[in-house]
Design a protein around this ligand. Structure first.
Ligand code: FAD
Length: 392
């Protein structure tokens, strides 16, 4: 049996950020990652946008960690000479029905300390959009999650930490003398465990007896890119005024660092945890979804939306139609399929979305259960908090 002071499970941005901070004050830290390389799941398939958190309720964990996470990420990137490209974020009201929610986003943004300017005309920012009004959040940006992940890993290892790949954690047991961590090939005893296993974090937390009432439901975010000739249709980041009860941003456009414009996402309940492709279905996840009372209530509550997202999943035409509310010139011929990414969203027993980050702990462990929408931006803030052994 091998021994450690701290084991971190999961080499995505949150696990790596946690490892980076922990290695500044602690020793004998091991990060176990089940894949052959780090950052191969959510931390790879994302839009690279600094999520400002305007949609989150001001008192939420998410609003706090996004605000602080942006500061830490900007400082880290500046120190490490990693680029963050400035972009404005524009919420676009396509018609009168969007206006009440746009006002609410502005109210929340201001309460969260985010600059948010009401625009009567959106064309000054996005010449191809024909929205009737907009909300401009000027201090957004695009970073490179892959570069950040690799630099965090490098710094962690330079501080003496070790990353072990191809180490899927299959067993966890909390005992008086420490936590027993089992991978397929090794057994460890450690003083503390931090579980940042992304889409599998809830399953590992259950193994350790962590208490949480939420059900984590995987959703596949389907997306396209604009073909290069159409990419001038979006200069910054354009988001719709999506239903604030749902945790999804809706289908918008993001110009990334290299000028590629991502379009999405269409959120459909996924048939598997890390099954990012449509046809890939896990029997266990599908059965869990079917049998879960929370998921059944969720589906009943949002039946119309779910049906619409399912239809759009099979129709490029409907996808383009949705986008035309923001930018009328886009046609289905401008869209090129891009890899989808899956995220885990937390749902309460009554079938409502939590719309916040969900964390849990036991005496010797901490579990990051859901950081959907913004987890990449918040990674350094969450990592710094949970790496602190003296945390209250
Ligand atoms: C389509 C899409 C777009 C997004 N856009 C943005 C954006 O623009 N801005 C933003 O801030 N956020 C965005 N996000 C969210 C963000 O990407 C995630 O919240 C963040 O990457 C989560 O990081 P993580 O480390 O928790 O998870 P992950 O990156 O999924 O890492 C978890 C790791 O744990 C490993 N693991 C799992 N089980 C085990 C096990 N049993 N043993 C060992 N290792 C295990 C996995 O292999 C994986 O490497 C987006 C997400 C998606 C899907």
């Amino acid at each position: 049996m091998q021994s450690a002071d701290l084991i971190i499970i999961g080499g995505g941005l949150i696990g790596l950020a946690t490892a980076y901070y922990a290695s500044q004050t602690q020793q004998r830290i091991f990060l176990l990652e089940k894949e052959a390389d780090i950052a191969q799941h959510q931390s790879k398939q994302n839009w690279s946008m600094l999520e400002l958190g305007a949609r989150f309720a001001p008192a939420s964990h998410a609003a706090y960690h996004l605000r602080y996470g942006i500061r830490l990420l900007r400082d880290f990137c500046a120190r490490e000479k990693l680029a963050i490209v400035d972009r404005s974020l524009l919420y676009v009201a396509a018609d009168d029905s969007d206006l009440p929610s746009l006002h609410e986003i502005q109210r929340r943004a201001i309460a969260n300390g985010i600059s948010a300017e009401w625009l009567a005309s959106v064309r000054t920012i996005e010449p191809h959009s024909n929205g009737i009004a907009g909300l401009l959040l000027p201090h957004c940006g695009i970073f490179d999650p892959n570069a950040v992940a690799r630099r965090l890993a490098l710094r962690f290892e330079m501080n003496g930490g070790r990353i072990l790949t191809n180490q899927r954690v299959v067993g966890l047991q909390e005992r008086d003398e420490g936590v027993i961590v089992q991978t397929k090939t090794e057994t460890w005893i450690t003083q503390r465990v931090i579980n940042c296993a992304g889409l599998y974090a809830d399953r590992l937390a259950e193994k350790m007896g962590a208490t949480f009432t939420e059900t984590i439901v995987p959703f596949r975010g389907e997306q396209f890119t604009l073909k290069p000739y159409a990419s001038q249709l979006c200069h910054n980041i354009i988001l719709p005024v999506a239903d604030l009860v749902l945790p999804f941003n809706g289908i918008g456009l993001t110009r990334t660092q290299d000028g590629t414009v991502f379009v999405g996402t269409n959120a459909v309940m996924a048939g598997g945890r890390e099954q990012h492709r449509k046809g890939q279905i896990s029997f266990r996840t599908s059965a869990e979804n079917l049998l879960s009372p929370a998921v059944r209530k969720l589906t009943r509550r949002h039946f119309q939306t779910a049906l619409w997202e399912q239809r759009r999943s099979f129709s490029r035409e409907l996808f383009a139609l949705t986008l035309q509310r923001l930018v009328p010139a886009i046609s289905k011929h401008d869209l090129q399929r891009a890899p989808a990414g899956t995220q885990g969203f937390a749902v309460r027993d009554d079938g409502t979305f939590v719309n916040d980050f969900v964390l849990a702990e036991t005496p010797r462990s901490f579990h990051v259960l859901s950081v959907a929408n913004g987890g990449a931006t918040a990674a350094l803030s969450i990592g710094r908090m949970i790496a602190d052994p003296n945390r209250q």
